[in-house]
Design a protein around this ligand. Sequence first.
Ligand SMILES: Cc1cc2nc3c(=O)[nH]c(=O)nc-3n(C[C@H](O)[C@H](O)[C@H](O)COP(=O)(O)O)c2cc1C
Length: 193
Amino acid sequence: MKILALSGSTRAESFNRRLLDIAVAGARQAGAEVTVVDLSEYPMPLYNQDLEYKEGIPEAAVQLKRLMVEHQGLLIASPEYNGFPTPLLKNTFDWLSRKQAEHEPPMFAFQHKIAALLSASPGAGGGTRGLTILRIYLQNLGIMTLPGQVSLGLAGQAFREDGRLHNDQLQQSTESLAADLFEMLQKQADRFD
Ligand SMILES: Cc1cc2nc3c(=O)[nH]c(=O)nc-3n(C[C@H](O)[C@H](O)[C@H](O)COP(=O)(O)O)c2cc1C
């Protein structure tokens, strides 16, 4: 069972990327094979239908879609921008939702995917409003989401130097969320065996 991990922020000191790293460690500890993707390595223009007709799907989207198809689980950590998931995250998934070939099934990249969601913010809310919207968006793409989630508030003070969280309970919840995702993926695989 393979998990693709990505952050909705490519900021150099991104809190979400740091929170994602904790979840990734939790998933690996549970036995999952995890691929971490940095979206800055997959630059895509802002989606525009004329551009798609003229130039086709950008190479970065083709590559990321291939990677997405090879993984069954998703770990997504994203900040909220004005209560919404980041434009980067939505733009990336919008490109991946496009068909590369006429006979490709709709939402091919996202078929049978299960995602676990996390967010972090320097504010007290931890970006949790953005996850509510992200959940709906992912559902529209055909991606199932785990009901549990982690939102880390006051992220500027939350991390220790070794990357772990000062708050042991939140550290454990983050690791457990990733382990739960892995367990769910295994159960799904058993059902379809
Ligand atoms: C356009 C914009 C809108 C933002 N809106 C929110 C918001 O609604 N809620 C919030 O908690 N933080 C908001 N922030 C602050 C981000 O949470 C903060 O910049 C955070 O560090 C971004 O995540 P990162 O550290 O992973 O890059 C906003 C930031 C930007 C640039």
